[in-house]
Design a protein around this ligand. Structure first.
Ligand SMILES: Nc1ncnc2c1ncn2[C@@H]1O[C@H](COP(=O)(O)OP(=O)(O)OP(=O)(O)O)[C@@H](O)[C@H]1O
Ligand SMILES: [Mg+2]
Length: 345
């Protein structure tokens, strides 16, 4: 078990999963509301008897239906724990409390097939009020307020990447620093927000320079007719992106276009480029030539072209997944994922 603070209710989740209406979660036997969508996970809050099931402050449930065997489940769980504890105890990141609940691990009842009783993982996490999540925080924020938040995100990211640099080749963690992956859990006396990291479902971690997360898991939500293309042309890039501080920062800035705050992109770039300058001195004190390589400043043009490319890829990808869902329907096979409707960009 991950943590004594958050405890997943297996019985509740088994009943929830059993009555889940993937097309209309709010009409499920135990009604649910989608808190957020990722490329792989769907984040729910669950209501029972018209009320929230869990006592204050409530819980968020991240559903991951892509595991094929008990062995996969076991190694994912071990990696998940390892990732959270490295982030928390070694890199010094405040990570949301969570617990893992597995359904269907015991295997199908005799006579039933695996497809009737698939393995589904729920990451049960402390839930944060919607307005505390980073992208909501910046929604109506002025530039000064947004700058403080962005600077805090950039500093949090640097904690992780400084850890990675110190441990290069031994132990590194991947970080997706996008604004929607942080909850503001309070403020320091000087008014600086305190951030907690919530996007724990993709535990990217390298030991001895070798990625421990099985990327095949994340290919399973991809349409079967695309898997080979993604594996061949995109996978390595996606996996490596989150270990590269400069690209993580570009991604953080570019994501502000998606969050409908293009005006904050230059603000983010100022903060990011300032951080590069101030780290340059730090980096020079570290011995290896690679570690002393400073980050080149990021330009607005670079962020724009990154965003255009990224948005295009995900738009096309989502369209393909919808085609795949349609194919499943035609073939009368259950499509196990919940897809976002059009994403505003
Ligand atoms: N603990 C939580 N409390 C409240 N809202 C949450 C919580 N966790 C996630 N959310 C909402 O759901 C969104 C997506 O969650 P999260 O970042 O964990 O997954 P993701 O981006 O889908 O991850 P991935 O792309 O790795 O599958 C968040 O941006 C947030 O709006
Ligand atoms: Mg996220």
């Amino acid at each position: 078990m991950m943590s004594p603070v958050v405890k997943g209710d297996v019985d509740l989740l088994a009943r929830f999963e059993g009555g889940l209406d993937l097309a209309h979660p709010e009409r499920s036997e135990i009604p649910a509301r989608v808190l957020g969508h990722g490329e792989i996970t769907t984040v729910f809050e669950i209501f029972e008897d018209g009320r929230e099931t869990a006592s204050d402050p409530g819980l968020a449930y991240k559903r991951m239906p892509m595991f094929h065997s008990e062995a996969e489940a076991e190694s994912y769980e071990a990696l998940y724990r390892d990732h959270v504890s490295v982030l928390r105890d070694e890199a010094g990141t405040d990570v949301a409390e969570s617990d893992l609940v597995w359904l269907g691990l015991e295997g199908p009842p005799s006579g039933a097939s695996r497809s009737e009783n698939p393995i589904v993982l729920y990451i049960v996490q402390e839930k944060f009020p919607a307005q505390t999540i980073g992208h909501q925080q910046i929604r109506n924020a002025g530039p000064a307020e947004a700058r403080v938040l962005l600077r805090t995100v950039v500093e949090e990211a640097w904690k992780v990447f400084a850890f990675n640099r110190r441990n290069r080749g031994r132990l590194e963690v991947g970080l997706d620093a996008q604004i929607s992956n942080w909850a503001v859990v309070g403020y320091a006396e000087n008014g600086v927000p305190r951030l907690r990291y919530i996007d724990t479902s993709t535990p990217l971690l390298r030991r001895g320079g070798v990625e421990r997360l099985d990327p095949e898991l994340f290919l399973r939500s991809a349409p079967s007719f695309l898997v080979w293309i993604i594996r061949r042309f995109m996978l390595a890039d996606v996996l490596e992106r989150y270990y590269d501080v400069r690209r993580v920062m570009i991604d953080l800035a570019a994501n502000l276009f998606k969050e409908q705050r293009p005006d904050l992109v230059p603000v983010a770039l100022e903060v990011i480029n300032e951080s590069f300058l101030s780290r340059k001195a730090d980096l020079e004190t570290v011995g290896t030539p690679e570690a002393t390589e400073p980050c080149e400043p990021v330009s607005l043009a670079e962020v724009r072209s990154y965003y255009r490319e990224d948005a295009r890829i995900w738009r096309v990808y989502l369209a393909f997944r919808k085609t795949d869902r349609l194919l499943h329907r035609v073939l009368r096979r259950r499509y196990p994922y919940l897809l976002p409707e059009r994403i505003a960009r």
